[in-house]
Each structure stands twice: as structure tokens, then as C-alpha cells.
Write a protein that binds this ligand. Structure first.
Ligand code: PAF
Length: 281
């Protein structure tokens, strides 16, 4: 596994791979790697000749400076985990100026409205920041396939739209949420939870499973009040819960059999913001 610490050395590597006609699979990350990330590389390894990982904590997608400052940074551990996995051929750890040569500027994108829902409303500018860093990483890594976890389902939809807007020939793959044994969706942010908080956070997935059972028999209004009651009872801070059309990400208030639906939830556990979702069937 090779590690590249700047854009020029990565570029040499990519040029060689392209000359050799190698298919490149890519999964960008912000580090603090866990088994969920490794599951992305497993899929990438299956479909490609070369697998590239990037690690870059992207300042322009954070709207809360405290969240950016506290974001876990575990670069040596990350490199060791990737090497142990034997799944990754190249790790790219760019310098800030490799991604932002003209200063920390966030581009603006029109993602057709999906950027305004849920996380877009809760974290203004977040998806412009995600688009900005991914546009640059995609141009530098030039992947054939790119892999994103479904935990950030809205981000996955944004990335699909981004490659369409930029007319990039990259196939985007969504990878199923990887969960702890108690159902908690794996996330780099989980490192900041205490053992007790990890246990109580299991309620998030348990609730989503109830929602799946309730969806075809109860009104959305009734489901929302039940979900609120569950978290109120445990004194947990439910930031939002919605059921949305999977295509538009717009909130729905009734079931219809011609669409796919997904439940989305955000719960603040201590100082940690946990997000999760479940396809409803
Ligand atoms: O999901 C993430 O870790 C980040 O949003 C990403 C895709 C690496 C862009 O910074």
C-alpha cells in the first residue's frame, strides 16, 4: 500500500494506472476509520483493479467550528487499519492547498432541491462543502467507481447528482449501513460517545425498526408522535425524524405503493450528533 501526501505524487501514480488501463475504485473519507469504511473497500476491491482511499477532514462542509475542531483525527491508526485490511492500494492524504489552492472557498451547486431538505436545512452550506471537496478529489483521483455509505443517504444522492452535473464518468455505488452488534450505525463520531451513551443510542435503530412495522398500518402523524414519545421518555434529544420519498427526499405524510420510502432520524447524544436512516419495506 502506497501513501501519498500531496497532489503531485498522487497524480504520477494515477497517470501510471491509467496508462496500464487499470480500473480505479475510490472511497473518500475524513479518517477515524471503522468497519463501515472497510466495507466500502471490500466492495471497491471486488469491482476494480486498484483501490484508492483519501483521508481529508474537509473544513468547508462543517458549519459548526466546534464540530470541526472535535472531529476525531487518528491518521496513524487509519493507515495501519488500511494496511491490515489488504484491500487498499493507495492512500491519499492531501495538504489543504492541494484541495483549496485559492483559499478555503466553497463552490455553490444546484442539486435540484435535494440539498435543501433535512441535513441541508439543518447544516447550511454543508452540501456545497461536500460538493467542493468531492469535485476536486474526483478530478485528482479519476476513479471509474466511487463508494459511499448509505448512512449518509442524502449525501449519496447529492454525489449522484454531482457527477451528473459535472458530467463525470464515475459510477456511484451506495453501500449498506454497517452497524454495531446493538444496531448503532457505525460512524467516526461514535468514538466520542461514552460506553453508556453507545448503549442508549441503540434506541435509534430499534425505533427505526418499529417505524418499519408501523408504516403501512399507522398514519405518518401517529408514527411521528410515537417516535417523539420514545425519545422524550428517555430524555434524549430528537433533532428530527421524518419519512421521505427516496427519490426527492421530500417529507411525505402518507404511504403510496408507487414510491420508495425511507425514514430519517437525527438524535443528539451528549455533544454528538448521530444520524441514521432505514429503507421502509
Ligand atoms: O462522508 C464523508 O466522510 C465526507 O462527507 C466525504 C464524502 C469524505 C467528503 O468530505
Amino acid at each position: 500500500m502506497q501513501v501519498f501526501y500531496d497532489k503531485d505524487s498522487l497524480s504520477e501514480f494515477i497517470k501510471t494506472q491509467k496508462k496500464l488501463n487499470k480500473k480505479i475504485g475510490f472511497a473518500p473519507t475524513m479518517g477515524a476509520l471503522h468497519a463501515g469504511h472497510i466495507s466500502l473497500y471490500k466492495e471497491a476491491k471486488r469491482d476494480n483493479d486498484i483501490v484508492v482511499c483519501s483521508i481529508f477532514v474537509n473544513p468547508t462542509q462543517f458549519n459548526n467550528p466546534d464540530d470541526l475542531e472535535k472531529y476525531p483525527r487518528t491518521i496513524d491508526d487509519d493507515i495501519a487499519k488500511l494496511a491490515d485490511s489488504s484491500l487498499v492500494d493507495a492512500v491519499y492524504i492531501p495538504k489543504t492547498e492541494d484541495i483549496y489552492p485559492h483559499g478555503m472557498l466553497r463552490k455553490h451547486y444546484d442539486f435540484g432541491g435535494i440539498e435543501k431538505e433535512m441535513e441541508g436545512a439543518a447544516r447550511p452550506g454543508h452540501f456545497d462543502g461536500v460538493g467542493t471537496v468531492l469535485e476536486e478529489l474526483f478530478r485528482q483521483v479519476q476513479p471509474d467507481n466511487a463508494y459511499f455509505g448509505e448512512k449518509d443517504f442524502q449525501q449519496l444522492k447529492i454525489v449522484e447528482k454531482l457527477v451528473q452535473i459535472l458530467d463525470l464518468k464515475i459510477k456511484i455505488h451506495g453501500v449498506k449501513i454497517y452497524r454495531e452488534a446493538n444496531g448503532l450505525a457505525m460512524s467516526s463520531r461514535n468514538m466520542r460517545l461514552s460506553q453508556k451513551e453507545k448503549e442508549t443510542s441503540a434506541l435509534i435503530y430499534q425505533t427505526l425498526m418499529h417505524v418499519n412495522d408501523w408504516f403501512k398500518v399507522l398514519s405518518v402523524g401517529e408514527i411521528k408522535s410515537r417516535v417523539k414519545a420514545i425519545f422524550d421518555k428517555e430524555n434524549m434529544d430528537l433533532e428530527y425524524f421524518i419519512i421521505a420519498d427516496e427519490a426527492t427526499l421530500k417529507e411525505v405524510d402518507f404511504y403510496s405503493n408507487d414510491k420508495s420510502f425511507r425514514a430519517f432520524i437525527v438524535v443528539n447524544v451528549g455533544a454528538v450528533r448521530l444520524i441514521d436512516n432505514l429503507h421502509l419495506d
